[in-house]
Structure formats: C-alpha cells, structure tokens
Ligand binder design. Structure first.
Ligand SMILES: Nc1ncnc2c1ncn2[C@@H]1O[C@H](COP(=O)(O)OP(=O)(O)OP(=O)(O)O)[C@@H](O)[C@H]1O
Ligand SMILES: [Mg+2]
Length: 144
C-alpha cells in the first residue's frame, strides 16, 4: 500500500529543482526514490534537485546511456535510468541491486520498468504534465 505524503504543482524546471532539494532533506543513507511519469515529465530535473540537496556539486546529467551514474555528496548519490532496461533481471545483471542496499541514496527514473526490484521502503514520486509547463508532483511512501 502507498500513502500520499504531499502533492505540489511545479511551474518551472527551477521549481522542480527546489522541490528536489526539499525532498533531499527527507532522505538518509539507504534511501531509494522511485520516479514515475512519462517521457520528458521532469524526472531528471527532480533528480538534479535531490542531488543538489545532498551536496553534489558536479553537474548531474541524464544517465540514459550510462544507466547508473555515481556522484559524491554528503552521501554517495546514485542516479539510475531504467528506461533502456528490460525488467528486473536486467536491473540485477548490471549490479543495480547493490546500490539500493548500499551506503548512499539512489534515485531511479522509470522505476515502473523494474518494479519488483524497488524496496517497500522507497519514496515513490509521480510526475504528471499539466497545462503551461506545469507539473503535478505527488510524493508517496509505501506503508506495507
Ligand atoms: N515544471 C517543470 N519541471 C520540470 N521540467 C519541466 C517543467 N516544465 C517544463 N519542463 C521541461 O520538461 C522537460 C523535462 O525533462 P527531463 O529530462 O527532466 O524529463 P524526464 O522525465 O527525465 O525525461 P526522460 O523520460 O527522457 O528521462 C525539460 O525540457 C524541461 O525544460
Ligand atoms: Mg530523465
């Protein structure tokens, strides 16, 4: 089961970054953030904000091709894009499970593609496109 923590409307990429920085204050060693939405909804912008909130100074770019990127912050920051993966076996094969249960914070874009691998304790964030570049961003936590 999931319960909604909060839901906000972002009206620009900058606001989405600021929300990511706020979300980072809820995270700790071992936290997993599962990002859902469609193509181009703003998952990577949100990940940039979370990284900034975790003290990452290096520029965070989409891990579309690298699949997993690792950055140094107050905690190790792992940014995964599951878009090009074919399910949970693929996810395990690239060693992603190790990051989930490691010492850092992991943010996964397209988490629905590897749904079985997402821990019950993950924060799940859904982004929906509204009119005029607005985004409805809903943060949920699993209560199972
Ligand atoms: N409020 C907003 N928040 C975030 N991005 C926005 C917003 N309004 C417009 N955008 C635009 O939407 C796009 C979001 O791009 P981004 O790469 O973050 O999406 P994504 O969900 O990671 O896409 P992909 O599925 O390709 O990984 C950017 O072009 C950005 O400028
Ligand atoms: Mg992206």
């Amino acid at each position: 089961m999931e319960s909604c923590l909060f839901s906000v409307v972002s009206s620009s990429p900058e606001e989405t970054i600021a929300l990511g920085e706020h979300i980072a204050t809820l995270l700790h060693k071992g936290s997993v953030v599962a990002l859902r939405g469609g193509l181009g909804t703003g998952k990577t912008w949100l990940a940039k904000g979370i990284a900034r909130g975790l003290g990452v100074t290096e520029e965070v770019t989409s891990p579309t091709y690298t699949i997993i990127s690792e950055y140094d912050g107050h905690l190790p920051f792992y940014h995964i894009d599951a878009y090009r993966l074919h399910g949970d076996n693929d996810f395990a094969a690239i060693g992603a499970d190790d990051t989930l249960y490691g010492n850092g914070v992991t943010v996964i874009e397209w988490s629905e593609r590897v749904a079985q691998s997402i821990p019950d304790t993950a924060l799940t964030i859904e982004i929906a496109i509204l009119e005029n570049a607005h985004r409805l961003i809903t943060v949920k936590e699993a209560t199972a």
